[in-house]
Design a protein around this ligand. Structure first.
Ligand SMILES: Cc1ncc(COP(=O)(O)O)c(C=O)c1O
Length: 379
């Protein structure tokens, strides 16, 4: 084992007991429809990838407006297969942000490729498209934009750069189901990868989806997720067991029927915060973009200690979280690989970002309590 680096700070323990009922950060919106769907699968006796996964995939493809949607075990393996499908291999470079969940960077590592981290744009939290071209080298194979918190990355600009340099696009749309730019959905700009983890806008507990309009890429993904097998026990390439079960497919299919309603509720909650929060920077949404608010993330003013602020909010029963407290290049494994860098906007935002509850189950009274607690930080 290699020596433990001190680069990753320990997660803060806020050590507070709330004086009011807790307003949680997330709540899976599962109901009678999901329960009934699960029971139908259990009663059918067919529980592995089958008709319910297919039904779920068809609904996902229709929602995105893409030709193909392939379900897999989770968003991380969706990114891994997306990279492989884009032809990413040893020695290649992938351009992506470092202000993201670690899986965005790790997907390149799984293929033997190297993530090249580009700074983010302050307002959108997403990759700064003006800095992408300077990071392109002869080894660059793909751009992997992340649509963080549910706001699409600047995909028209990224698509233009990718086309000009002959690069693939693997969209990390894990947090951005249903988000759009001028009506065009995330996951339609190249190969799209989505997550259905328990806290996501729709969930299958664990789950992922890959989207593409390319028949060959879809074919590759479907074979690769099933042990490289088109015909039973004839393995034509190195594959994986990345399949989704029909139990998850059934939950996912029921969730798809609620996606629009759940998204609109998140957007209404966000609009309430936009109108009422004071003293903090609220999310900015460019014209023509539809944010789906997987997270509602504010920036605290300089000079406010985030841990102290979080402890004060917690005392008032308001849970918060920090996505993400450490840029990917400063995670231990990346330090050990030799990454030694600091991107100024990434560092600034990492230190000041704070996500507050925005999930669809929030009541009006809870929204008011969150606003009062946040506004109290700077009053
Ligand atoms: C930006 C981003 N990328 C990748 C992933 C990985 O998805 P999963 O947790 O389903 O493996 C997530 C989910 O947490 C994510 O938020």
């Amino acid at each position: 084992m290699s020596a433990v680096s001190t680069a990753t700070p320990p997660a803060p323990s806020l050590g507070v007991s709330p004086s009011q009922p807790m307003i949680q950060m997330a709540k899976p919106m599962l109901g009678e429809e999901e329960k009934a769907a699960i029971m139908r699968v259990l009663d059918s006796g067919y529980i592995v990838q089958g008709p319910m996964v297919k039904e779920f995939e068809d609904k996902w493809a229709a929602m995105c407006g893409v030709k193909h949607a392939a379900a897999v075990m989770n968003g991380t393996v969706a990114l891994h297969l997306g990279m492989l499908a884009a032809g990413v291999g040893p020695g290649d470079e992938i351009i992506c942000p470092a202000f993201t969940f670690i899986a965005s960077g790790n997907a390149a590592l799984y293929c033997g490729a190297r993530p090249v981290f580009v700074d983010i744009d302050y307002d959108s939290f997403n990759i700064d498209v003006n800095q992408i071209e300077a990071a392109i080298t002869p080894k660059t194979k793909a751009i992997e934009p992340v649509s963080l918190y549910g706001l699409p990355a600047n995909m028209p600009a990224i698509a233009e750069i990718a086309a000009r340099h002959g690069l693939a696009i693997v969209e990390d749309a894990c947090q951005a189901v249903g988000a759009t730019i001028n009506g065009r959905r995330t996951g339609t700009w190249g190969i799209g990868a989505f997550s259905l983890y328990a806290t996501k806008n729709v969930t299958t507990a664990e789950g992922g989806v890959l989207t593409t309009n390319d028949d060959q890429i879809d074919d590759f993904i479907r074979i690769a997720r099933a042990q490289g097998m088109r015909t039973r026990y004839y393995h034509e390439m190195l594959g994986y067991n990345y399949r989704m079960t029909d139990i998850q497919g059934a939950i996912g299919s029921a969730q798809m029927d609620k996606l629009d309603e759940l998204t609109e509720q998140r957007r209404r909650n966000a609009a309430y915060y936009d109108a009422n929060l004071r003293g903090v920077e609220t999310p900015k949404v460019p014209d023509g973009y539809r944010h789906v608010y997987h997270q509602y993330t504010i920036k605290l003013p300089q000079g406010i200690d985030r841990d102290t602020a979080r402890a004060r909010l917690l005392e008032q029963g308001v849970a918060t979280d920090v996505y993400y407290p450490v840029p990917v290049y400063r995670q231990q494994i990346y330090i050990e690989m030799g990454y030694n860098m600091s991107l100024p906007v990434t560092e600034d935002v990492t230190a000041r970002c704070l996500s507050i509850p925005v999930h669809p189950a929030l009541t009006e009274e809870e929204l008011q309590r969150v606003v009062a607690a946040i506004n109290g930080l700077t009053a």
